[in-house]
Each structure stands twice: as C-alpha cells, then as structure tokens.
Write a protein that binds this ligand. Sequence first.
Ligand code: AMP
Ligand code: GLY
Length: 429
Amino acid sequence: MNVLLLGSGGREHALAWAIAASPLVTKLWCAPGNAGIAEVATCLLLDLTDHASIIRACHDNKIDFVVVGPEGPLVAGLIDDLTAAGIKAFGPTRAAAQLEGSKGFTKDFCTEFAIPTAAYGRFSEAGAAKAYLAGQPLPIVIKADGLAAGKGVVIAMSKAEAAAAIDACFAGAFGAAGAEVVIEEFMDGEEASFFALCDGQYALALATAQDHKRVSDGDVGLNTGGMGAYSPAPVMTPDLNARVMDEIIRPTVAGMMKRGMPFKGVLYAGLMITEAGPKLIEYNVRFGDPETQVLLPRLKSDLLAALLATADGVLSTFDLRWRDEVALTVVMAAKGYPGKIKKGSEIKGLDAAAKIDGVAIFHAGTIRRGDQIQANGGRVLNITAIGHSVAEAQGQAYVAIDQLDWPGGFCRRDIGWRAIAREREGKLS
Ligand code: AMP
Ligand code: GLY
C-alpha cells in the first residue's frame, strides 16, 4: 500500500523509519519531511493547514493510508476531512482531539468519568479566576486552555505570580489558547508518559517513557519540547501500568464512546505518579516527541499493521512484541534553543555517529543543501541508542554524539540521570 506520513520532526523520522520497514508498504511519502526522512520516503512540499491540498496529493499519488504526526492538523479536523474524502487515516477526529485541544474539556471529562487528575477550576474572566485562587494552597498551576506548544503552563509559587499568569493569559500571551484559563491543584511526584493505541472501543498499551523538559543539565532552565527521553520508565511497575489502563485509559475510551466521539489513534497520557497512585496531568492525542524515538526502536512488531488495525477498529485481535532492552535518546538542538536560533549551520560526522553499535539517528530540523546536511530548526537531531541498561544506552548515545562535528549545536549531557541513579540504587540494595 501507499502511505503518506504528515510532519517533519524527530517523531516523524522515527515513524517513517518504522513504517518503511513494514512489508505492507509499497511506497512511503512524507510531507513536508526533513533530510533524514528523505532517505526513507519521498518528501512532498505540502502545507498541513491546507486540507484540500493534502486530499489532492492523496488522490494524485494513490495514497491508501495517511498517518498524522503532530496535533495541529488533528485538532483542526484533518481526519474528518480525509474520511469525508474516502481516505483512510490514523488519528482522532476533531471532536476526539479535544482531549489535547482543550484542557477544560479534558478536566470536565475526567470529572464525569471519575478519572484521577488534579482538582481544578475553569474560568473565562480574570475576576472569577482570582476569586477562586484566593482559597487555594500554594504552589498552584495556571494553564491556558488551548494548544500553546507546551508553553501555556505556569507553576506559581506565590498568589502574586499566579495572578500575573492569569492576567497574562487573558491579555493574550497565548493568543486564542488563553481565552479560557484552568487553575489546577499542584501534584507532587515523578512524571511518566504512557502510550496506548485506541480503536474507538479497545485500548492496547504500547509502552512508557520519561522525557526531560528543561533545557539544561540537572533539569534547570527554560521548558522545551523535550531534550531527551528513555523507555521504559523505571517508575512504571507492572502494577502501576495495570492501574493506568484500568483507572485512566479504559475509562477514557469508554467515556469518549459514550459521548459519541470515539477516540481512534494514539492516546499519550502525561502522568504524575503521586503517593495516592497515578494521576493524569494531561492528554495528547498523538505520539510524543522525543518519546517516539525511544518507543519505536523497542518495537519488534510491524508498526504499520498496528496503525491500520487502530484505524479499522480491529485492535482487540492484535498483539505487539517488544524488545527487553531499553532505549535512550538525546536531543541535539541549535544553540539558542528554546529561544532564538540560527539556521544553516553544517552538521558533519553523521555517518560515523550512525555506525556506533546500537545507535539510530533520527533527524528533526534538518535540510539537505547540496552535499551538506544543515540545521533548519530548534530541535535538530535525536541520537537514539539501545542497551541492556539505561546507563549502557546513555554511554552509546554520547559516544555517537562525540563523533559529530557541529559547532552550532548543543545537547544535555545527563539524559537518563534519574533512571541511572535508580539502576545504581538497585545494584547496591
Ligand atoms: P502540561 O502542558 O499540562 O503537560 O504541563 C506541562 C508541565 O507542567 C507538566 O509536564 C508538568 O511538569 C507540569 N504540570 C502541569 N500540571 C501540573 C500539576 N497539576 N501539578 C504539578 N505539575 C504540573
Ligand atoms: N515530549 C512532549 C510531547 O511530545 O508533547
């Protein structure tokens, strides 16, 4: 079959790498793609907000199946438009994508279906928000309702900081995403990401991962899209995984069905593992970036077959096999990220880095110009390694990174530190 993948990040390179390996693929297309994706797919220059041009490209290239990477097109209803045009696609409808597109929707949904999450209030004007704030303990979490690329969250340590965050939201700091504000109880614990495929009725757990959101070593500095990850998340014991499926994922799938908006696609639950058990921080309705770069190298089964089964609603007959090894990825970003960056610096040494045992390199913001691979975005490369322990995978990833010659880039040198500390404690006890 002919497959079209939409997106251009490290997540999409990992998806392209896994889909291209499927015996079901005749030809893989990707729009817009990047320099790494171009090695396994034919890239098309398409604007992902222009649904009509995507549908035209599907007809022109006889595409049988579309896989959507990022949340933007899902929240904008691309799946609805593709379905209406008779094109099979992987991802939730616009209605179901509200689980990521509106924090208020998700909070109300959790209340209705008794899904554990932080206590909250929803507000559409500053006066009522501040009145609610007065009665709450600190720290307190202030969130813009809509999509804000991970930047719409403030954990306020004082009432004054919280009030300023409320004012900033209503003053338009996050555009339309801040027309409504959610105020949430602060949850204490360790974070983990949990992924499950859902076909509307049935949910199949994929795997877990842990991300590193801060830009600098020791988890300090500005928040980013993610600077590195590993899978599985050691905090997630078999018992906790079962609780997440029973208390969070399955009630969500059943609740969405009950609301008449069945969820089909991948549910990515951002979890806080609190003393009282796992609680939902937020839902995403797509694969994580960089989590996908550590999930897929661990998957032994055919990813494309699983995505098709999800879209076809026959996931309950499906089983997936995983490698026992762990995977770790280190994100390399252009200097200045997550602030202002310079595009166009040359990256050398990619072939030497890719030859390191157990290493796969997934491109994000890269572009080929002549015979050069150049940086073309904030997050640029994902250096992924497989190992028998997080420490071993981390070692291999940094050996590969040291083969690279890219003065315009940087990375954290401590990805996996929390898991490695846990491994050391395990060996000592
Ligand atoms: P979100 O965009 O909702 O995932 O929030 C971004 C980050 O803010 C999360 O990954 C957490 O680190 C943190 N966060 C969000 N909500 C809470 C909460 N209620 N309690 C503690 N931390 C939170
Ligand atoms: N790694 C965070 C995300 O994909 O949203």
